[in-house]
Structure formats: structure tokens, C-alpha cells
Design a protein around this ligand. Sequence first.
Ligand SMILES: [Zn+2]
Ligand SMILES: [Zn+2]
Ligand SMILES: [Zn+2]
Length: 111
Amino acid sequence: MTMEKNQRIIYGIHTDNEGRCVHYHSEVDVVANMCAMCHKFYACYKCHDELEDHPFEPVESDEEATAMCGACGKLYSYKEYACLSKCTGCGHEFNPRCALHKSIYARTSDT
Ligand SMILES: [Zn+2]
Ligand SMILES: [Zn+2]
Ligand SMILES: [Zn+2]
């Protein structure tokens, strides 16, 4: 499966073309996460909560294609993405501190 770069839609406030937003905009903040309720990729949960009428609904951590590299569009499950320090598709580095927000973006059975 190929995905055209320009078909990706990352929702958010002042998002750039790699998924950074008004809240998280360092070089490594390129990952977008899917909300289990509206199935849209958002740059971050804060953007989601400001633009949608429901709070960000976490996905199952092993559900396919719920996290996306904003730099190349490669899709991961949250679990796959969470143990990577950079994208296996394009090599772009991911923000290691995103793991701190795990409970917001994904449900987990292993605690
Ligand atoms: Zn939502
Ligand atoms: Zn944001
Ligand atoms: Zn990538």
C-alpha cells in the first residue's frame, strides 16, 4: 500500500506539514495520534480537545494504524511507535517524551 504524502490529513491548530502544532512544535514533534471516537489524526490531544466536542478517546495500544509519522506518513500501532526513537520509514527522530502521554493516547492492559 502506498500513501501519497498529500493525502495525509493531520488535524490541529496551526499544524505544519509534518504534524507540529501550536502546543508541540519542536523538531521531533512529528507524530500524529488517532482518536478512537472520531478517527481523525490529531497533532496532539490539546488540539483535539479544542476543536472537537468530545475529549480525546484513547485507542487500543495494539490497534493498527493509530499513530502516524507526520514526516513521511508511515502508520504504526501506538505500541510499535512507542518503542521507537525514530521513524523506520524516513528516519525522522521522534520525541522520547511523548511516552509520558501514553495514557492519553492509548489504553493499555499491561501496567
Ligand atoms: Zn475525537
Ligand atoms: Zn496541539
Ligand atoms: Zn517517517
